[in-house]
Design a protein around this ligand. Structure first.
Ligand code: AP5
Length: 208
């Protein structure tokens, strides 16, 4: 099964893609995670991406497309995959259609106020890559999974989140109509509790 998880920043794409990828045994391909890794490792790609990401702007299409094309060559992608945060522009979606087949596009819907609450309260673990929200942490500095020291993403500052939302509306939201027209779109609310949302995601995708 080749899937795309679409939705504004903070909709829960990463949360649900991680869980479904473990359940189905197929990789989650998060272009955001791949770019953040490149920045940590100080590669050419990371150096090129950093300024865009810190400002909440999109990294140029050709950079992301090259990275995704290479990722799809890996043997673990042969049985299917979940794109998380890709494609994000019509140019990326059209290019993707030329080199792979997509079975379904899951679109998570969440309003802006909830997104701001989620992203300003998000904490990530640099050790195990876990993602959490301070509302559910007994200690907001310590990873409940591995004991690592939690951090805040550079682009989770309030003004940067507002810019990411406006970039989403301008450049990514048109993909909803694009995939609806192809008969691939499945929209669900991402506003409820995580477990309830996850059940709705699976039902929309026909996963038992
Ligand atoms: P990326 O890393 O993809 O970020 P994003 O799309 O902005 O999405 P997020 O990771 O912020 O949110 P999410 O929907 O995954 O939500 P999450 O599950 O974490 O991209 C970052 C940057 O990289 C971009 O701005 C761009 O510069 C660049 N980039 C990446 N891909 C690109 C591309 N294709 N083209 C060009 N540039 C690209 O959840 C958020 C929080 O809410 C968490 O704390 C979570 O615990 C909590 N939460 C989730 N669901 C629930 C729930 N139901 N109830 C309560 N809390 C919840």
């Amino acid at each position: 099964m080749n899937l795309i998880f679409l939705g504004p920043p903070g909709a829960g794409k990463g949360t649900h893609a991680t869980r479904l990828s473990q359940e189905l045994g197929i990789p989650q391909i998060s272009t955001g995670d791949m770019l953040r890794r490149a920045i940590r490792e100080g590669t050419q790609l990371g150096l090129r991406a950093k300024g865009y990401m810190d400002a909440g702007e999109l990294v140029p299409d050709e950079v992301v497309l090259q990275m995704v094309r290479e990722r799809l060559q890996a043997p673990d992608c042969q049985g299917g995959y979940i794109f998380d945060g890709f494609p994000r522009t019509l140019a990326q979606a059209e290019a993707l259609a030329a080199f792979t087949r997509i079975d379904a596009v899951l679109n998570l819907e969440v309003d802006d106020e909830l997104i701001l609450h989620r992203l300003t309260g998000r904490r990530v673990c640099p050790e195990c890559s876990g993602t959490f929200h301070i509302d559910y942490l007994s200690d907001p500095q310590v990873c409940p999974t591995c004991g690592g020291r939690l951090a805040q993403r550079a682009d989770d500052a309030r003004d940067t989140i507002l810019n990411r939302l406006s970039v989403y509306r301008r450049q990514t939201e048109p993909l909803i109509a694009f995939y609806r027209q192809k008969g691939l779109l499945r929209s669900v609310s991402g506003a409820g509790k995580v477990d309830d949302n996850y059940l709705a995601v699976k039902a929309a995708l026909g996963v038992p």
